[in-house]
Design a protein around this ligand. Structure first.
Ligand SMILES: [Zn+2]
Length: 498
């Protein structure tokens, strides 16, 4: 059995989850669920980045200790992921002892190998990114990610990581393993950064009041990015040997704003510590509202709560993953959400399910009849190939499009076969069996293909087709046989809004 270790970026403990956080978790969850469906053994890890100095201010404003603050937020995030059906196997928090232990080990290994020295840093530091910025990266003298904030000139005594030594090995990595950074546009950006050359980076902050103490110098805190990246190792038990069970990671899912940390700093840290590199870093895009990054739009026109409440968690998962290409940016708008919900979920999919189940009920006493293979089955098998190649390439939006072709074909098949006419003529009984059994199989296959996207709704559909469990794995798809199953005319899957 193949193993698949997938992670998302861990979330900053300085504010509530928003739609951008949700998009990343939902996409990674769809990939994790797809891999399980394909038969892999999956480890899916998400978590919280709690060692940031930026939590101190909101914690103080809320009248909480830093630890009480991060505990509260970890609860809020965990509840949100449960509500959205995220199927993670672990939830790592960087304040946990298991994480601190891994950070200490990594710093020590890198130090032993001679890649750390002491020095003085002078330059711009964005408190919000928690990153030093070069002058050429600033826009109008400000951090491009945080244009509303002044950026401070900072001078401090630090430990440095010899990042500059890793420029050539990293360029070679991109040549030898183009799959290391995806999609391609992000790889090209990283290559350009590397070509300009790398500077050594500070890997500590002086005057620690919060964060992981620097080994052998507790006055300093480990630089928060250096600390946070190690969560991918600490979550699987590093430095105990057991971590080899899952390492190297197959896929780090992150947002396109943090590629430099994941595609330059992280592999350099691993090379320095002589730890294997992850296979792929996938950088997704942003959700925009009228062309602006949603999380930065003033007075958020759509909150995560309002988006979930509109039609429930599964339709939101479907809409985000279908509408925002997993390899780029996309727009959120209520009009578009309503349109997709009505056209694709309520009509194409929901209506197909409702009418098929109703006809099996009415014409065949609620039992799926036996029936030979049909052109609709041939189409379903061709669609599976397209779906798999899209999902194997992490192009979730294309996987959804492939699956929905099957819904379209099944709806055309209903019109073409007109089972309500076949039902009126006793001599067409075998034809009607063929029609209804083919439609039942199409629904079962849709439940399989779309279960990574809408796990709850597709579980309901699968059980309405007479099963007691969750949708079958990919292996059962081609020869799916539902004959003899007792269908349930359950509640409408995707009710039309009033
Ligand atoms: Zn910034």
């Amino acid at each position: 059995m193949a193993r698949f270790y997938i992670t998302t970026a861990i979330d900053y403990s300085n504010g509530d989850p928003h739609l951008g956080h949700a998009f990343e978790k939902i996409g990674a969850d769809a990939i994790a669920r797809y891999r399980r469906l394909a038969g892999d053994e999956v480890r899916f890890v998400i978590g919280m980045d709690e060692n940031s100095q930026t939590i101190l201010q909101p914690a103080a404003e809320a009248g909480l200790t830093p630890q009480a603050w991060v505990d509260r937020l970890a609860g809020v995030f965990a509840d949100t992921w449960a509500r959205l059906g995220i199927s993670h196997d672990d939830f790592i928090r960087t304040t946990e002892p298991r994480h601190t232990r891994a950070v200490v080990e990594m710093v020590e290994r890198i130090k032993q190998a001679g890649h750390i020295y002491r020095g003085t840093y002078e330059g711009y530091y964005c408190e919000r990114c928690e990153a030093f910025k070069q002058e050429k990266d600033l826009v109008d003298g400000r951090c491009p990610e945080h244009p509303d904030r002044e950026i401070a000139w900072t001078k401090e005594d630090n430990y440095f990581f010899k990042l500059s030594e890793f420029r050539d090995p990293l360029l070679k990595l991109l040549d030898d393993h183009p799959e290391f950074v995806q999609p391609t546009i992000r790889r090209n950006e990283i290559r350009n950064v590397l070509k300009e050359g790398l500077q050594d980076i500070s890997m500590s902050r002086p005057h620690r009041i919060w964060g992981t103490p620097f080994p052998d110098d507790e006055e300093h805190a480990v630089y928060v990015w250096f600390d946070a990246l190690i969560n991918y190792l600490s979550a699987i038990g590093f430095p105990d040997d057991a971590y080899h069970e899952w390492w190297p990671a197959d896929l780090h899912v992150i947002g396109k704003g943090i590629t430099r940390f994941h595609c330059i700093m992280w592999p350099a840290m691993l090379m320095a510590a002589d730890v294997e590199l992850p296979r792929t870093v996938w950088a997704h895009g942003y959700i925009n509202w009228e062309g602006r990054k949603l999380s930065k739009s003033a007075g958020a026109p759509v909150t995560l709560d309002s988006a979930v409440e509109r039609y429930g968690p599964d339709p939101l998962r479907y809409f985000l993953l279908r509408e925002i290409p997993w390899d780029g940016d996309g727009d959120f708008s209520w009009g578009r959400y309503d349109g997709i919900y009505n056209a694709e979920l309520a009509n194409d999919l929901g209506n197909l399910a409702n009418r098929t189940l109703a006809m099996i009920h009415k014409y065949r006493d609620a039992v799926v009849p036996k029936g030979a293979g049909t052109p609709l089955d041939d189409r379903a098998n061709a669609i599976l190939d397209g779906y798999r190649s899209a999902m194997d390439s992490h192009l979730i939006h294309r996987g959804i499009a492939a699956a929905m072709e099957l819904a379209g074909d099944a709806n055309a098949y209903v019109e073409e076969r007109a089972p309500w006419k076949q039902a009126k003529d006793e001599s067409l009984a075998a034809e009607l069996d063929t029609t209804l059994s083919a439609l039942a199989r199409a629904l079962g296959r849709l439940a399989i293909l779309l279960s990574p996207i809408m796990p709850v709704k597709m579980g309901e559909l699968w059980r309405a087709l007479g099963a007691s469990d969750e949708p079958a794995g990919m292996a059962a798809y081609a020869a799916l046989d539902l004959a003899g199953r007792q269908v349930d005319r359950q509640a409408v899957l995707f009710p039309k809004p009033e």
